[in-house]
Write a protein that binds this ligand. Structure first.
Ligand SMILES: NC(=O)c1ccc[n+]([C@@H]2O[C@H](COP(=O)([O-])OP(=O)(O)OC[C@H]3O[C@@H](n4cnc5c(N)ncnc54)[C@H](OP(=O)(O)O)[C@@H]3O)[C@@H](O)[C@H]2O)c1
Length: 308
Protein backbone atom coordinates (compact mmCIF):
# COMPACT_ATOMS: atom_id res chain seq x y z
CA UNK A 1 0.00 0.00 0.00
CA UNK A 2 1.33 3.42 -0.92
CA UNK A 3 1.51 5.87 1.92
CA UNK A 4 0.51 9.41 1.22
CA UNK A 5 2.21 11.61 3.77
CA UNK A 6 -0.25 13.85 5.48
CA UNK A 7 2.38 15.25 7.76
CA UNK A 8 5.64 16.01 6.13
CA UNK A 9 8.79 17.27 7.70
CA UNK A 10 12.02 18.75 6.55
CA UNK A 11 14.99 19.06 8.79
CA UNK A 12 17.51 21.92 8.78
CA UNK A 13 15.14 24.69 7.91
CA UNK A 14 16.18 28.08 9.14
CA UNK A 15 13.74 29.74 6.88
CA UNK A 16 12.66 33.24 6.13
CA UNK A 17 10.64 32.58 3.03
CA UNK A 18 8.84 35.82 2.48
CA UNK A 19 10.66 38.74 0.88
CA UNK A 20 9.57 41.04 3.67
CA UNK A 21 11.36 39.02 6.26
CA UNK A 22 14.47 38.21 4.26
CA UNK A 23 17.36 40.51 4.97
CA UNK A 24 18.34 42.58 1.92
CA UNK A 25 21.64 40.82 1.42
CA UNK A 26 19.85 37.45 1.56
CA UNK A 27 17.33 38.12 -1.17
CA UNK A 28 19.08 36.19 -3.95
CA UNK A 29 17.86 32.68 -4.55
CA UNK A 30 21.29 31.26 -3.76
CA UNK A 31 20.98 32.20 -0.13
CA UNK A 32 18.19 29.66 0.38
CA UNK A 33 19.23 26.31 1.79
CA UNK A 34 17.79 22.97 0.67
CA UNK A 35 15.47 22.82 3.69
CA UNK A 36 14.03 26.25 3.03
CA UNK A 37 13.50 25.46 -0.64
CA UNK A 38 11.88 22.13 0.23
CA UNK A 39 9.35 23.88 2.47
CA UNK A 40 8.72 26.42 -0.28
CA UNK A 41 8.04 23.56 -2.70
CA UNK A 42 5.83 21.71 -0.20
CA UNK A 43 3.75 24.83 0.37
CA UNK A 44 2.73 24.79 -3.30
CA UNK A 45 0.72 21.59 -2.81
CA UNK A 46 0.22 21.09 0.90
CA UNK A 47 -1.53 23.03 3.61
CA UNK A 48 0.97 24.77 5.93
CA UNK A 49 -0.52 22.96 8.93
CA UNK A 50 0.51 19.64 7.33
CA UNK A 51 4.15 20.67 7.11
CA UNK A 52 6.46 20.39 10.08
CA UNK A 53 9.80 22.15 9.85
CA UNK A 54 12.45 21.02 12.31
CA UNK A 55 15.04 23.68 13.02
CA UNK A 56 17.78 24.19 15.52
CA UNK A 57 16.75 27.73 16.31
CA UNK A 58 12.98 28.25 16.17
CA UNK A 59 13.44 32.03 16.20
CA UNK A 60 15.00 31.84 12.74
CA UNK A 61 11.81 30.21 11.45
CA UNK A 62 9.44 32.97 12.56
CA UNK A 63 8.44 33.56 8.93
CA UNK A 64 7.33 29.95 8.58
CA UNK A 65 5.33 30.09 11.79
CA UNK A 66 3.50 33.15 10.48
CA UNK A 67 2.57 31.21 7.35
CA UNK A 68 1.06 28.47 9.49
CA UNK A 69 3.84 25.90 9.12
CA UNK A 70 4.41 23.86 12.27
CA UNK A 71 7.89 24.61 13.61
CA UNK A 72 9.65 22.34 16.08
CA UNK A 73 13.14 22.69 17.49
CA UNK A 74 15.62 19.82 17.57
CA UNK A 75 19.31 19.32 16.96
CA UNK A 76 20.47 16.20 15.13
CA UNK A 77 22.63 15.57 18.19
CA UNK A 78 19.67 15.46 20.61
CA UNK A 79 17.78 12.12 20.46
CA UNK A 80 15.12 13.20 22.99
CA UNK A 81 14.28 16.41 21.17
CA UNK A 82 14.19 14.54 17.86
CA UNK A 83 11.63 12.07 19.21
CA UNK A 84 9.42 14.94 20.33
CA UNK A 85 9.87 16.73 17.00
CA UNK A 86 8.92 13.68 14.95
CA UNK A 87 5.69 12.88 16.79
CA UNK A 88 2.85 12.56 14.27
CA UNK A 89 5.14 12.72 11.23
CA UNK A 90 4.32 10.34 8.34
CA UNK A 91 6.92 11.30 5.77
CA UNK A 92 10.32 12.67 6.73
CA UNK A 93 12.79 14.46 4.51
CA UNK A 94 16.14 13.98 6.22
CA UNK A 95 18.58 16.49 4.78
CA UNK A 96 22.14 15.43 5.49
CA UNK A 97 23.86 17.40 8.22
CA UNK A 98 26.76 19.72 7.54
CA UNK A 99 29.15 18.73 10.32
CA UNK A 100 31.54 16.41 8.50
CA UNK A 101 32.70 13.57 10.74
CA UNK A 102 29.62 13.74 12.96
CA UNK A 103 27.04 13.20 10.29
CA UNK A 104 26.50 9.47 10.54
CA UNK A 105 25.93 9.65 14.32
CA UNK A 106 23.53 12.56 13.76
CA UNK A 107 21.63 10.81 10.97
CA UNK A 108 21.43 7.65 13.09
CA UNK A 109 19.79 9.72 15.85
CA UNK A 110 17.18 10.97 13.38
CA UNK A 111 16.51 7.50 11.95
CA UNK A 112 16.21 5.99 15.44
CA UNK A 113 13.76 8.72 16.44
CA UNK A 114 11.81 8.17 13.21
CA UNK A 115 11.52 4.46 13.96
CA UNK A 116 10.49 5.11 17.57
CA UNK A 117 7.78 7.56 16.57
CA UNK A 118 6.36 5.52 13.68
CA UNK A 119 7.46 7.62 10.71
CA UNK A 120 6.24 5.77 7.61
CA UNK A 121 8.90 6.76 5.10
CA UNK A 122 12.20 8.62 5.12
CA UNK A 123 13.68 10.41 2.11
CA UNK A 124 17.42 10.92 2.62
CA UNK A 125 19.68 13.31 0.66
CA UNK A 126 22.83 11.33 -0.08
CA UNK A 127 25.83 11.60 -2.45
CA UNK A 128 26.39 10.25 -5.99
CA UNK A 129 26.79 6.43 -6.05
CA UNK A 130 27.35 6.66 -2.29
CA UNK A 131 27.77 2.96 -1.62
CA UNK A 132 30.33 2.25 -4.34
CA UNK A 133 32.12 5.50 -5.19
CA UNK A 134 35.61 6.67 -4.15
CA UNK A 135 34.20 10.19 -3.59
CA UNK A 136 35.82 11.55 -0.44
CA UNK A 137 32.54 12.66 1.15
CA UNK A 138 30.76 9.35 0.51
CA UNK A 139 31.51 7.22 3.62
CA UNK A 140 29.08 9.01 5.96
CA UNK A 141 26.38 8.83 3.29
CA UNK A 142 27.08 5.15 2.66
CA UNK A 143 26.82 4.41 6.38
CA UNK A 144 23.56 6.35 6.60
CA UNK A 145 22.03 4.62 3.59
CA UNK A 146 22.96 1.22 5.02
CA UNK A 147 21.60 2.09 8.46
CA UNK A 148 18.36 3.33 6.94
CA UNK A 149 18.02 0.21 4.79
CA UNK A 150 18.22 -2.07 7.84
CA UNK A 151 16.03 0.16 10.03
CA UNK A 152 12.77 -1.36 8.87
CA UNK A 153 11.44 2.06 7.85
CA UNK A 154 10.40 2.49 4.23
CA UNK A 155 12.77 4.83 2.46
CA UNK A 156 13.82 6.63 -0.71
CA UNK A 157 17.37 7.81 -1.35
CA UNK A 158 18.01 10.93 -3.41
CA UNK A 159 21.73 11.12 -4.16
CA UNK A 160 22.52 14.75 -4.92
CA UNK A 161 25.35 15.65 -7.26
CA UNK A 162 27.08 19.05 -6.75
CA UNK A 163 25.15 22.25 -6.24
CA UNK A 164 25.72 24.81 -9.01
CA UNK A 165 25.85 27.31 -6.15
CA UNK A 166 29.16 25.75 -5.03
CA UNK A 167 30.77 27.84 -7.79
CA UNK A 168 29.53 31.27 -6.71
CA UNK A 169 32.84 31.97 -5.01
CA UNK A 170 34.68 31.25 -8.27
CA UNK A 171 32.53 33.88 -9.98
CA UNK A 172 33.70 36.43 -7.44
CA UNK A 173 37.38 35.45 -7.62
CA UNK A 174 37.34 35.39 -11.45
CA UNK A 175 35.94 38.89 -11.36
CA UNK A 176 39.20 39.96 -9.68
CA UNK A 177 41.70 37.63 -11.39
CA UNK A 178 40.23 36.64 -14.78
CA UNK A 179 41.13 33.01 -14.12
CA UNK A 180 39.44 29.91 -12.77
CA UNK A 181 42.03 27.79 -11.00
CA UNK A 182 41.27 24.14 -10.21
CA UNK A 183 42.81 20.69 -10.12
CA UNK A 184 39.79 19.14 -11.81
CA UNK A 185 41.59 18.42 -15.10
CA UNK A 186 39.15 17.60 -17.87
CA UNK A 187 36.58 16.29 -15.39
CA UNK A 188 32.91 17.05 -15.79
CA UNK A 189 30.27 17.94 -13.20
CA UNK A 190 26.56 17.27 -13.60
CA UNK A 191 25.57 20.04 -11.19
CA UNK A 192 22.06 21.32 -10.59
CA UNK A 193 20.64 24.15 -8.53
CA UNK A 194 19.64 23.70 -4.91
CA UNK A 195 16.07 24.51 -5.91
CA UNK A 196 16.08 21.60 -8.40
CA UNK A 197 17.28 19.20 -5.71
CA UNK A 198 14.76 20.50 -3.19
CA UNK A 199 11.91 20.09 -5.66
CA UNK A 200 13.14 16.59 -6.52
CA UNK A 201 13.32 15.58 -2.87
CA UNK A 202 9.78 16.86 -2.29
CA UNK A 203 8.54 14.95 -5.36
CA UNK A 204 10.11 11.78 -3.94
CA UNK A 205 8.61 12.47 -0.51
CA UNK A 206 5.07 13.44 -1.43
CA UNK A 207 4.61 11.44 -4.64
CA UNK A 208 3.67 7.81 -5.25
CA UNK A 209 5.87 4.92 -6.36
CA UNK A 210 9.18 6.06 -4.89
CA UNK A 211 9.39 3.60 -2.02
CA UNK A 212 12.69 1.65 -1.98
CA UNK A 213 14.04 3.65 -4.92
CA UNK A 214 17.51 5.16 -5.17
CA UNK A 215 17.72 8.19 -7.43
CA UNK A 216 20.96 9.65 -8.77
CA UNK A 217 20.01 13.33 -8.85
CA UNK A 218 22.01 15.80 -10.93
CA UNK A 219 21.86 18.15 -13.86
CA UNK A 220 20.87 17.19 -17.39
CA UNK A 221 24.31 18.17 -18.67
CA UNK A 222 27.79 17.51 -17.30
CA UNK A 223 29.98 20.56 -17.98
CA UNK A 224 33.77 20.80 -17.87
CA UNK A 225 35.87 23.60 -16.37
CA UNK A 226 36.45 25.30 -19.73
CA UNK A 227 32.67 25.58 -20.00
CA UNK A 228 32.46 26.80 -16.42
CA UNK A 229 35.09 29.48 -17.16
CA UNK A 230 33.11 30.54 -20.26
CA UNK A 231 29.86 30.74 -18.25
CA UNK A 232 31.55 32.82 -15.55
CA UNK A 233 33.12 35.07 -18.21
CA UNK A 234 29.68 35.67 -19.74
CA UNK A 235 28.26 36.55 -16.33
CA UNK A 236 30.98 39.00 -15.34
CA UNK A 237 31.40 40.40 -18.86
CA UNK A 238 35.08 39.64 -19.36
CA UNK A 239 37.04 36.58 -20.54
CA UNK A 240 37.90 33.98 -17.92
CA UNK A 241 40.47 31.23 -18.58
CA UNK A 242 40.52 27.85 -16.86
CA UNK A 243 43.95 27.29 -15.36
CA UNK A 244 44.33 23.56 -14.74
CA UNK A 245 46.87 22.84 -11.99
CA UNK A 246 47.92 19.75 -10.07
CA UNK A 247 46.78 19.12 -6.51
CA UNK A 248 49.97 20.32 -4.70
CA UNK A 249 49.91 23.56 -6.70
CA UNK A 250 46.25 24.11 -5.85
CA UNK A 251 46.92 23.46 -2.17
CA UNK A 252 49.74 26.05 -2.26
CA UNK A 253 47.48 28.62 -3.93
CA UNK A 254 44.63 28.01 -1.48
CA UNK A 255 46.95 28.23 1.54
CA UNK A 256 48.35 31.46 0.10
CA UNK A 257 44.77 32.75 0.01
CA UNK A 258 44.36 31.99 3.71
CA UNK A 259 42.88 28.47 3.82
CA UNK A 260 44.24 26.08 6.42
CA UNK A 261 46.13 22.95 5.31
CA UNK A 262 43.22 20.58 5.98
CA UNK A 263 40.62 22.60 4.07
CA UNK A 264 42.98 23.22 1.15
CA UNK A 265 43.77 19.49 0.99
CA UNK A 266 40.06 18.64 1.10
CA UNK A 267 39.28 20.98 -1.79
CA UNK A 268 42.15 19.46 -3.80
CA UNK A 269 40.88 15.93 -3.19
CA UNK A 270 37.38 16.94 -4.30
CA UNK A 271 38.90 18.38 -7.48
CA UNK A 272 40.78 15.13 -8.05
CA UNK A 273 37.49 13.25 -7.57
CA UNK A 274 36.01 15.46 -10.28
CA UNK A 275 39.02 14.83 -12.55
CA UNK A 276 38.40 11.11 -12.06
CA UNK A 277 34.85 11.54 -13.34
CA UNK A 278 33.06 10.81 -10.06
CA UNK A 279 30.57 13.67 -10.52
CA UNK A 280 30.04 13.36 -14.26
CA UNK A 281 27.13 10.96 -14.44
CA UNK A 282 23.95 12.21 -16.12
CA UNK A 283 20.94 10.04 -15.34
CA UNK A 284 17.92 12.26 -15.98
CA UNK A 285 16.41 11.10 -12.67
CA UNK A 286 16.05 14.62 -11.31
CA UNK A 287 14.44 16.19 -14.38
CA UNK A 288 12.15 13.20 -14.58
CA UNK A 289 10.93 13.68 -11.00
CA UNK A 290 10.51 17.44 -11.23
CA UNK A 291 8.88 17.22 -14.66
CA UNK A 292 11.11 19.81 -16.33
CA UNK A 293 14.75 20.19 -17.38
CA UNK A 294 17.19 21.08 -14.63
CA UNK A 295 18.39 24.69 -14.49
CA UNK A 296 21.48 25.01 -16.74
CA UNK A 297 24.84 26.09 -15.34
CA UNK A 298 24.88 29.74 -16.42
CA UNK A 299 21.27 30.34 -15.46
CA UNK A 300 21.91 28.64 -12.12
CA UNK A 301 24.86 30.91 -11.43
CA UNK A 302 23.18 34.01 -12.83
CA UNK A 303 20.03 33.65 -10.74
CA UNK A 304 22.18 33.97 -7.65
CA UNK A 305 23.02 37.52 -8.60
CA UNK A 306 19.43 38.46 -9.23
CA UNK A 307 20.15 39.10 -12.92
CA UNK A 308 17.15 37.21 -14.21
N1 LIG B 1 25.88 18.40 -3.05
C1 LIG B 1 26.56 19.50 -2.75
O1 LIG B 1 27.17 20.16 -3.60
C2 LIG B 1 26.55 20.00 -1.36
C3 LIG B 1 27.12 21.25 -1.10
C4 LIG B 1 27.06 21.73 0.18
C5 LIG B 1 26.47 20.96 1.18
N2 LIG B 1 25.94 19.74 0.89
C6 LIG B 1 25.27 18.91 1.91
O2 LIG B 1 23.87 19.12 1.79
C7 LIG B 1 23.31 19.55 3.04
C8 LIG B 1 22.26 20.59 2.79
O3 LIG B 1 22.84 21.64 2.06
P1 LIG B 1 22.43 23.13 2.29
O4 LIG B 1 23.34 23.94 1.43
O5 LIG B 1 20.99 23.28 2.16
O6 LIG B 1 22.78 23.33 3.83
P2 LIG B 1 23.93 24.21 4.52
O7 LIG B 1 23.95 25.57 3.98
O8 LIG B 1 25.20 23.44 4.54
O9 LIG B 1 23.32 24.34 5.97
C9 LIG B 1 23.25 23.27 6.78
C10 LIG B 1 21.91 23.28 7.46
O10 LIG B 1 21.91 22.16 8.35
C11 LIG B 1 21.48 22.59 9.62
N3 LIG B 1 22.20 21.82 10.61
C12 LIG B 1 23.53 21.69 10.69
N4 LIG B 1 23.82 20.91 11.74
C13 LIG B 1 22.64 20.58 12.32
C14 LIG B 1 22.29 19.83 13.46
N5 LIG B 1 23.24 19.26 14.22
N6 LIG B 1 20.99 19.69 13.78
C15 LIG B 1 20.02 20.27 13.01
N7 LIG B 1 20.30 21.00 11.92
C16 LIG B 1 21.58 21.15 11.58
C17 LIG B 1 21.84 24.07 9.72
O11 LIG B 1 20.97 24.67 10.62
P3 LIG B 1 21.25 26.13 11.26
O12 LIG B 1 20.56 27.08 10.34
O13 LIG B 1 20.62 26.03 12.58
O14 LIG B 1 22.74 26.31 11.30
C18 LIG B 1 21.64 24.53 8.28
O15 LIG B 1 20.29 24.94 8.09
C19 LIG B 1 24.52 20.08 3.83
O16 LIG B 1 24.27 19.89 5.18
C20 LIG B 1 25.69 19.29 3.29
O17 LIG B 1 25.90 18.12 4.03
C21 LIG B 1 25.95 19.27 -0.36
Amino acid sequence: MEILPTRVLTADVSAHLTGKEVRNEDRSYGSYRIGQLAVKSLLEKHAPKDIIAVVRDAEKAAGLLKRGVVVRAADYGDPGALKTALAGVDGLLLICGSEVGQRFAQHKNVIDAARATGVQRVVYTSAPRATTTALVIAPEHKATEEYLAQSGIKYTIVRNNWYTENYLQQVESARKTGVLVAAAGAGRVASASRSDYAEGAVAALAGHGHEGKIYEFGGDYAWNYDELAKAIGDIIGKPVAYQSVDAPTLIGILKGAGLDEGTAGFVAVLDQNIAAGLLSEVTGHLSSLIGRPTIPLKKGLTRQFGLC
